[in-house]
Design a protein around this ligand. Structure first.
Ligand SMILES: Cc1cc2nc3c(=O)[nH]c(=O)nc-3n(C[C@H](O)[C@H](O)[C@H](O)COP(=O)(O)OP(=O)(O)OC[C@H]3O[C@@H](n4cnc5c(N)ncnc54)[C@H](O)[C@@H]3O)c2cc1C
Length: 414
């Protein structure tokens, strides 16, 4: 079997890795000349880590990243409202602990593993402009520096992100859902939050100056790199956002620092969306991760949900490749992954974002999630169940649709 994977982002590279390890021929086509460096995903929770373990890359990720010990919500003046802690609650030997390992490390790691496999070809500067299929094959038309090419495979998977041309090829500009009025700015910033005794992840609740500050390097003190993501007015240009940034940081960061007290090394404005494609499967063409669905990044469900798509889709394609599943297993992929987006990822991520926009003075009385967290702070078992339940909420075992279950082990043993 041959699969064309469109996009060498985290989801495309992970899919290529898992499928190629099972002997499926893979051609990755990526429009850029190299991996993306924008400040985006950093944290992956248990359901994603489960797939990274299966892909055989989790040990390296844990070695290069770190395991965050907790998150809390604060008022603008830094007062802690409520929090969730992993320390002493999540068992030390739990194999799927949340890990922080930013995309600018994750993608090179996945690429390194992909390039070690003989049955994967990665084509840079290959911009997919058209897709097509018939009863026996699917194809992409690709603009390359050498001209237009047409590449064929048994299946094409669109892992080409929010502006997916694969999705457009299937549904035009239709991408049901909505775009939030607010825009956000994600920065990677060196600043000593430890002097204020902040948690590894902090969500600041405020209708105007809401932000999140999460440690994204294992270091502490002045050497620690933090992801500071804050809300901004929609419609401002990058230049206007850059001009307003020092005032924003002076207003909302603890210690009200001047620009010479921190160092921003990455700065990226984003519009944020809640959207899911009408279908994740049309014949031999499939969608996964951001190409299939989007959510705002508060709570880190975007790529986590995308990685879980990849795990499930891999099991479906491996089953077909090994002759133990029929092509109709892909209809289960389509139905289940959309259901999980609609019933779990979309509502939870939307609430995560609304939560930071609310009035902090009445949040503890009004916000149902905060009320649960307040109870869980005094009850380790409740806290543990709450934190570990995310895995089952996002995952689905597609091997249950295999016709001959006994034949397959898709776990990586490397
Ligand atoms: C500020 C911010 C913070 C975030 N933090 C988290 C987090 O902590 N945890 C989490 O789980 N998620 C997080 N996310 C979401 C996460 O970054 C995305 O879900 C993830 O990057 C999506 O991966 P992807 O592989 O689907 O798409 P992308 O990363 O967008 O990759 C798509 C690839 O496809 C290529 N491509 C596009 N069009 C074409 C074409 N026509 N032909 C060929 N190639 C093409 C692109 O060049 C790119 O390389 C965050 C997002 C933002 C904006």
């Amino acid at each position: 079997m041959k699969v064309i994977v469109v996009g060498a982002g985290p989801s495309g590279l992970l899919l290529a890795l898992i499928l190629a390890k099972q002997g499926i021929d893979i051609e990755v086509v990526e429009k850029a000349v190299t991996l993306d460096k924008q400040p985006r995903a950093t944290h992956y929770s248990a359901p994603a880590v489960y797939e990274l373990v299966r892909a055989g890359v989790a040990d390296e990720i844990y070695r290069g990243g770190y395991v965050p010990q907790g998150a809390c919500w604060r008022k603008l003046d830094g007062t802690r409202l409520v929090g969730i802690t992993a320390t002493g609650v999540i068992p030390e030997d739990y194999p799927y602990k949340m890990v922080c390992y930013p995309l600018d490390k994750l993608c090179p790691l996945l690429l390194k593993h992909v390039l070690e496999l003989p049955n994967v070809q990665v084509n840079w500067s290959h911009d997919v402009v058209k897709i097509g299929q018939d009863d026996t094959k699917a194809w992409v038309e690709v603009e390359t520096p050498a001209g237009l090419r047409k590449l064929f495979a048994d299946y094409v998977v669109g892992c080409d992100g929010a502006r997916s041309n694969v999705r457009r090829g299937l549904f035009g500009e239709e991408f049901p859902g909505f775009t939030w009025d607010e825009q956000i700015v994600a920065t990677n910033t060196y600043y000593d939050f430890d002097q204020f005794d902040w948690s590894d992840s902090n969500f600041i609740v405020h209708p105007e100056h809401y932000f999140m500050a999460a440690r994204i390097s294992p270091h502490r003190g002045k050497k620690a790199l933090w992801r500071v993501t804050y809300g901004e007015l929609a419609g401002l240009t990058r230049e206007q956002l850059l001009a307003r940034q020092p005032d924003k940081f002076r207003t909302f960061l603890p210690g009200h620092p001047e620009p010479d007290q921190y160092k921003i090394v990455n700065f990226g404005p984003y519009r944020i969306h809640q959207r899911c494609a009408e279908r994740l499967r049309v014949g031999r063409i499939l969608l996964a991760a951001d190409a299939a669905h989007l959510c705002n990044p508060f709570g880190g469900l975007g790529l986590t949900g995308g990685i879980v798509d990849i795990g499930g889709l891999s099991d479906c394609l491996i089953g077909i490749h090994q002759g133990v599943a029929s092509d109709s297993i892909l209809d289960h992929y389509d139905r289940v992954r959309r259901d999980i987006y609609n019933n779990v990822v979309n509502p939870i991520s939307s609430e995560n974002f609304r939560r930071v926009l609310q009035d902090p003075e009445i949040a503890l009385e009004k916000d149902e999630f905060f009320k649960i967290c307040l109870k869980a702070e005094k009850d380790d078992e409740m806290s543990r169940n709450m934190q570990l339940s995310v895995k089952d909420m996002l995952q689905h075992d597609f091997t249950q649709y295999y016709d001959k279950k006994e034949a397959v082990d898709t776990t990586d043993s490397a």
